[in-house]
Design a protein around this ligand. Structure first.
Ligand code: HEM
Length: 469
């Protein structure tokens, strides 16, 4: 009886939406009641192809389309003005983020808008330019390390850990994060696993719980170690400023200060913030670095120009200063163009907590809106060469689109990336050191991409490094 009732309601809703005059066009393949579930499942072994198809369709249809998972509506927006309106009106994250909530709960990425506002303000000082300046020395050291090892991306995170503690993060922790992200992506493309009462009976949930337990134990060790180091050194703190050295604090020290002295965070919240920052920084930065190296290998003339600039800036010194970083203008253009053409985080999403009236359509409260970063980066306002990799476009502001919303690799609006300056600094430092010593060859056109919240190579990204003499 209940099933029949739900069925009738779903059909009514479906017809109502079909007739709604201000509803955006539907993605092909919609069926009564279940909406686009079958269309989604057709792509379950290649999530990126599905997301790309949907985002391309949004671009081809004026920048806004709709999908239905059952009666739940998902809009996909790639019009820069509409995206700006949604991002500034709605600060709650889309229902996909619920999938990660058992793990990172109140971390910035998944928290509800009210918690996010308070916590983001508290964490902000840890990403202040003055803190970042104190990391440059360590970034230089790690970049030199990377040049000699050229294995995985070795970089000190802004957690403020000693290198040996950082190793815990780099190895076991990072592997476990990778596994848990795979589980989240699997659940994301299998709608029948969305309801918690079904999901909690599956082997996936059991595996997720095991990983969460291991991850919490690992991060706990790091937190306790840092806490006792700080106590042993008797660091006196005041409003995030380390009164012994006069420096702002890296994020772990700031979190501990806020928890122990101001009681602003519980121990669980510290873990959730650290896990979030590792998730948000690790895959993104390492994938972008790998992609840029592949691009440099693919375009030898671009690599030579970067090499010349890097040589001029380094002169005879071993490391880069903050002033040096600001002189690496062409390298910065290359990084920006890679972030545009190969959108590392291709989509983010919001929950619409109110009806949004746009010039052409009305988006309904309670639905989800995917903001297509990938689509904005390919918006026609970039010009006819939008799909070409052309770092030069960044050297002449007159050739760039006037609407700033078409370039948002670190997301759009207030809920954007807190680590964007850190990311740019560490990318510039690593790349300058690598290009100065090594020549890279590779071919990005052979790469097939996969989506794991971050867009990354699905097949081994082969590169060859030769030493420059
Ligand atoms: C090139 C590298 C990076 C890219 C492309 C990137 C991109 C993004 C994007 C698109 C978001 C929004 C995610 C969403 O709404 O679902 C985000 C959020 C975030 N990122 Fe990054 N990120 C990068 C590096 C970093 C680094 C290095 C850190 C930390 C050191 C970091 C920390 C965060 C955090 C904590 C959030 C959540 C912010 C909030 O909601 O207040 N990211 N990032």
């Amino acid at each position: 009886m209940l099933v029949v009732l739900f069925g009738v309601i779903a059909v009514l809703l479906w017809y109502w939406w079909k007739r709604h005059p201000r509803s955006p066009p539907s993605f092909p393949g919609e069926l009564p009641i279940i909406g686009h579930v079958i269309a989604m499942l057709g792509y379950r072994n290649d999530i990126w192809s599905f997301i790309k198809r949907v985002c391309d369709y949004s671009l081809e249809n004026g920048g806004l389309i709709r999908l239905n998972v059952g009666s739940h509506i998902i809009y996909v927006v790639s019009d820069p003005n509409d995206t700006g309106v949604v991002a500034s009106t709605c600060l709650e994250k889309g229902f996909f983020y619920e999938i990660g909530k058992d793990f990172v709960q109140k971390g910035l990425l998944t928290s509800d808008a009210t918690t996010w506002k308070t916590h983001r303000k508290l964490l902000h000082p840890a990403f202040n330019q003055q803190v970042l300046n104190t990391f440059l020395n360590e970034m230089n050291i790690q970049a030199r390390n990377l040049v000699s090892q050229l294995t995985a991306v070795a970089q000190r995170t802004s957690l403020g850990l000693e290198a040996k503690d950082q190793n815990i993060i780099d190895n076991n922790y990072a592997n476990a994060i990778q596994e848990i992200l795979n589980i989240f992506c699997y659940r994301g493309i299998h709608p029948w696993l969305y309801p918690p009462f079904i999901y909690k009976r599956t082997a996936w949930k059991k595996k997720e719980d095991d990983l969460i337990r291991d991850l919490k134990n690992m991060i706990n060790t790091v937190i306790q170690k840092r806490r006792s180091d700080l106590k042993a050194n008797n660091f006196v703190t005041n409003n995030g400023v380390d009164s012994i050295t006069g420096r702002f604090k890296p994020v772990l020290d700031l979190l501990l200060h806020l928890a122990d002295e101001e009681h602003a965070f519980t121990d669980d919240e510290i873990k959730e913030h650290l896990d979030t920052i590792v998730i948000a920084s690790y895959d993104t930065t390492s994938t972008v670095l790998q992609t840029i190296l592949l691009v440099l290998g693919t375009y030898p003339e671009v690599q030579e120009r970067v090499y010349k600039e890097v040589q001029e800036v380094f002169q005879n010194s071993e490391d880069l200063s903050m002033l040096d970083l600001s002189k690496l203008v062409y390298l910065e253009a290359v990084i920006k163009e890679v972030l545009r053409v190969y959108s590392t985080v291709p989509i983010v999403s919001r929950k619409l907590d109110t009806d949004i009236v746009l010039p052409n359509y009305t988006l309904r409260a309670g639905s989800t809106c995917i903001l297509s970063i990938y689509g904005l980066h390919l918006h026609p306002s970039w010009g006819p060469d939008v799909k070409e990799f052309k770092p030069e476009r960044w050297l002449n502001p007159d050739t760039l689109p006037t609407n700033p919303n078409v370039y948002v690799p670190f997301s759009i609006g207030k809920r954007n990336c807190i680590g964007k300056q850190y990311a740019m600094m560490s990318l510039k430092t690593s790349l300058a050191h690598i290009v100065r010593k090594l020549h890279v060859s590779g071919d990005i056109s052979n790469i097939k991409w996969k989506y794991e919240l971050v867009l990354k190579p699905a097949n081994p990204a082969l590169m060859e490094f030769t030493i420059r003499y």
